[in-house]
Design a protein around this ligand. Structure first.
Ligand SMILES: C[S@@+](CC[C@H](N)C(=O)[O-])C[C@H]1O[C@@H](n2cnc3c(N)ncnc32)[C@H](O)[C@@H]1O
Length: 250
């Protein structure tokens, strides 16, 4: 049984609502990122979406830049199935690939790419996996191409006072509205659907769960690693406390 586009679109809508619950300023971050893709990569960019999930950011890039061509990479079979059916666009290519491996060898369209984007995904990688990952990324972006990463970036080890203040200033997350789904509830609901049974089984066989004990991903660590991997400039283009959009130029 395969999900229809309208069923998949409803799961994508529920995914966005669930993610928004955990990251209340997610849409502001998306808006900053899509504007930056347009500013740095032009009207018809070839774009990578790294750890795309069901394609939330790919969809917004395509809304802003209808002539973009996007390769959306993820290793979660359920999220890929939702994205493929919900987006249903010849301009978005979903690829089942693990970003911890030789992912640049599995791209469905030839490099170079003009831009790469990622949201709430790269903190899933271990710190020692970032350098090989960024080296591969540098090898498929054109010189002058842009990388934008919207994620949680911790303050550095010598910024403890700033970090503590930022944690205290973090606005209270809104109370859960009646019937709202959080991450575990969304997963329990989607995995109970017959349309996604095969993908859910494969997902479990891969044991690829969110790393609860993930290491501290500081902006400084990512910046140093990107420079070591061959990027020429690294900065921040948008920030709200620890929620930040890092920008790097190849
Ligand atoms: C919280 S979701 C974010 C998805 C999407 N970018 C968004 O903002 O809605 C994190 C995504 O990263 C993906 N991911 C984590 N580790 C990965 C890896 N090693 N290779 C490919 N994708 C990975 C997960 O499967 C998941 O789809």
């Amino acid at each position: 049984m395969v999900a229809t586009p309208s069923v998949a679109s409803e799961w994508l809508r529920r995914w966005d609502a669930q993610q928004q619950l955990h990251i209340p300023d997610r849409e502001d971050r998306f808006t900053a990122m899509t504007a930056a893709v347009a500013a740095y990569a032009g009207d018809r960019p070839k774009v990578l979406d790294l750890g795309s999930g069901p394609g939330s950011l790919s969809a917004r890039v395509l809304q802003r830049l209808p002539e973009a061509e996007i390769v959306a990479l993820d290793t979660d079979p359920v999220l890929l199935a939702i994205g493929r059916r919900a987006l249903d666009s010849a301009r978005v290519h979903f690829v089942d690939v693990d970003l911890r491996g030789a992912w640049t060898e599995q791209l469905p369209i030839d490099p170079p790419f003009d831009a790469a984007v990622s949201t709430t995904a790269l903190h899933w990688l271990r710190l020692d996996q970032l350098l090989p990952f960024y080296r591969q990324l540098a090898s498929v972006l054109r010189p002058g191409g842009v990388f934008l990463d919207g994620d949680r970036f911790d303050f550095d080890h010598d910024q403890r006072t700033i970090g503590a203040g930022a944690a205290a200033a973090q606005p209270e997350w809104p109370p859960l509205p009646e019937g709202a789904e959080d991450w575990p509830a969304w997963w329990a609901a989607v995995e109970a659907q017959p349309e996604f049974r095969e993908e859910a089984e494969l997902r479990h066989a891969r044991h690829h769960e969110h790393p609860h004990d993930h290491e501290h991903h500081t902006y400084e660590f990512h910046r140093a690693t990107l420079l070591a991997a061959g990027f020429s400039e690294v900065g921040t283009i948008w920030q709200h406390l620890v929620n930040r959009v890092l920008i790097a130029i190849r």
